[in-house]
Design a protein around this ligand. Structure first.
Ligand code: FAD
Length: 416
C-alpha cells in the first residue's frame, strides 16, 4: 500500500485550501470527496437565463480577507451591494399581516440596541459561556415586534434559536464583524467558482465520488465506503463535525456535543421582480416557519428575479425537509405580493440537515460548549488534524473554512 504524505477528506473550501497549499509546497496530497462535485456547502445554481442563486454560502463580508484574496488569486469578479436595512422596503410579517418595518416605530432603534449589546459582549467573560442570547433579549425588555425581528435575525445568523446560542460564542462571532462591511459581495457567476478554481489547480489529486467510511488517527488509515484502504502520514479531516463523528469513533466528546445550526434554502425565480411594483425590496421577516426571504438577484441583471428563503432553526429544518416546501413558499409569496404565483418559475430546494455529507448548516455553540471545543478543535490527534469552518474564529463562514485549511497546511509544513 502506498503511503501519501497527506490525505485530505472533503473538497469543501477548507480541504481544497489546505490541499492547494500543501501541493504548492511539494507534498504528495490526495483529496477524497464523497460527492460528484467540489465545494460542499458552497453550491451555486444557475437558472436558464444565467441568473444565479446560492444553495449554501451566499454573502462575503468586506472583512473576509481570505475569501477576497482567493477571488483575486483566481481572477473572479465580485458584486458590491449595500448592506443597509431598508426599513420601507423590508416587510415584517407577523400574525399573517405583512407591514413595512418602518411602521413598527421602535424596531429599528431596538435593532441598534441589540447590535450594540451584542458588540459589547466580552468573549473572555466566563459568565458568557453559560448565558444565552435569549437571556440578553430578556434583559433588553424589547416589545413583541422587536423580539420577533431580533429573534429572526438570530436564527438567520446561527440557524438555531436564541436560547441555544451562548453569549461567549456570539461575542466571538461579533468580534470578527464590522457592521458596515457585512454581506457586501457575491462572486459573479456563483460562489462555487472559488472551490472549482482551487480544484482545477489540484487536478487529479481530487477524487470525486469517493466517500470515506472511517479513519484511524493512530495508524493514518482511511477506509473508503467502496472498501479500499488508503494510508497517509497525516490525515486532514475537513468535513462537518456531525459527519466526522460518524467516521472517527474516537472523536472527543466536547466536539460531538458542539451545537450545529440546522435548516435549508429555497430559491424561486419569478418572471419579473413583482415585489418592486409594491415598492418593496423582497426582504420579509416572518413569524412563520419559513422565516426569512430576500432577493438574491439584487446585484444581478435581467428582467427576472430570484427570491431566496433561508429556512432556519428546528422548525425551519422540519419545513425544509418537506418535498412540498417550495410550493408553500410560492403560496406565501403570493399572500404577501399578490400576483406572484403566476410569475413563479424554477424552484431550487436544499435541505442541509438531511444531507448525509453535511448533516447541518454550521457550528453554533450553546452554553458551556465553546471554550472546551475550541481547544479540542485546534490540536492534532496523532496523525489526524481538523479543518473546516468549525475550526476557526470566523466560524459559519467561507472565511473560516479557508483560514482553517491554510492554518492546518502551515502546521504541516506548507510554505504559503
Ligand atoms: C444555508 C447556509 C448558508 C450559508 N451562508 C453563508 C454566507 O452567506 N456566507 C458565508 O461565508 N458562509 C455561509 N455559509 C457557511 C459556509 O457555507 C461554510 O462555512 C463553508 O462552506 C464550510 O466549508 P468547509 O470546507 O468547512 O465544509 P464543507 O463545505 O461542508 O466541505 C466538506 C466536504 O466534505 C465532503 N464530505 C462529507 N463527508 C464525506 C465523506 N464521508 N467522505 C468524503 N468526503 C466527505 C462534503 O461532500 C464536502 O464537500 C452558509 C452555509 C449554509 C449551509
Amino acid at each position: 500500500m502506498s503511503v501519501h504524505d497527506v490525505i485530505v477528506i472533503g473538497a469543501g473550501l477548507a480541504g481544497l485550501r489546505c490541499a492547494t497549499d500543501l501541493a504548492a509546497a511539494g507534498h504528495d496530497v490526495v483529496v477524497l470527496e464523497a460527492r460528484d462535485r467540489v465545494g460542499g456547502r458552497v453550491w451555486s445554481h444557475t437558472f436558464s437565463d444565467g441568473q444565479v442563486a446560492e444553495r449554501g454560502a451566499e454573502f462575503i463580508d468586506g472583512t473576509h480577507t481570505a475569501v477576497l484574496a482567493l477571488a483575486g488569486e483566481l481572477g473572479l469578479a465580485l458584486t458590491t451591494r449595500s448592506n443597509d436595512i431598508d426599513a420601507q422596503g423590508t416587510l415584517v410579517d407577523a400574525g399573517g399581516r405583512p407591514v413595512p418595518m418602518h411602521l413598527h416605530a421602535s424596531v429599528l432603534a431596538d435593532l441598534e440596541r441589540w447590535d450594540s449589546a451584542v458588540r459589547s459582549l466580552d468573549p473572555t467573560d466566563s459568565d458568557g459561556e453559560r448565558r444565552t442570547l435569549a437571556d440578553l433579549m430578556h434583559e433588553l425588555a424589547m416589545p413583541v415586534m422587536s423580539r420577533l425581528v431580533v429573534g429572526r435575525e438570530i436564527r438567520t445568523e446561527y440557524m438555531l434559536p436564541p436560547d441555544e446560542v451562548s453569549q461567549r460564542f456570539a461575542a466571538v462571532v461579533a468580534g470578527n464583524q464590522v457592521p458596515s462591511e457585512r454581506e457586501r459581495h457575491r462572486v459573479v457567476g456563483g460562489n462555487d467558482r472559488l472551490a472549482r478554481g482551487l480544484a482545477d489547480r489540484l487536478g487529479e489529486r481530487v477524487r470525486l465520488n469517493t466517500a470515506v467510511a472511517s479513519v484511524d488517527a493512530a495508524t493514518g488509515e482511511v477506509r473508503l465506503v467502496a472498501g479500499e484502504v488508503l494510508r497517509a502520514r497525516h490525515i486532514v479531516a475537513a468535513v462537518p463535525l456531525p459527519v466526522l463523528s460518524r467516521l472517527w469513533s474516537a472523536m472527543p466528546l466536547e466536539l460531538g456535543a458542539l451545537g450545529y445550526g440546522v435548516g435549508g434554502k429555497i430559491s424561486v425565480q419569478f418572471q419579473r421582480r413583482l415585489w418592486r411594483d409594491y415598492g418593496r425590496s423582497g426582504t420579509v421577516l416572518s413569524d412563520r416557519q419559513w422565516g426569512h426571504l430576500w432577493e438574491t438577484t439584487d446585484d444581478q441583471a435581467g428582467d427576472r428575479g430570484v427570491l431566496t428563503n433561508l429556512i432556519a432553526s428546528h422548525d425551519g429544518a422540519a419545513f425544509a425537509a418537506l418535498p412540498e416546501a417550495p410550493d408553500v413558499v410560492v403560496r406565501e409569496v403570493e399572500r404577501i405580493f399578490p400576483g406572484a404565483r403566476g410569475l413563479a418559475g424554477e424552484r431550487v430546494h436544499t435541505d442541509w440537515t438531511n444531507d448525509p455529507y453535511s448533516l447541518g448548516c454550521y457550528v453554533c455553540a450553546g452554553p458551556g460548549q465553546w471554550t472546551a471545543a475550541r481547544a479540542a478543535l485546534h490540536r492534532p490527534y496523532d496523525r489526524l488534524w481538523i479543518a473546516g469552518e468549525h475550526a476557526d474564529e470566523f466560524t459559519g463562514f467561507m472565511e473560516g473554512a479557508l483560514r482553517s485549511g491554510a492554518r492546518v497546511a502551515a502546521a504541516l509544513g506548507a510554505t504559503q
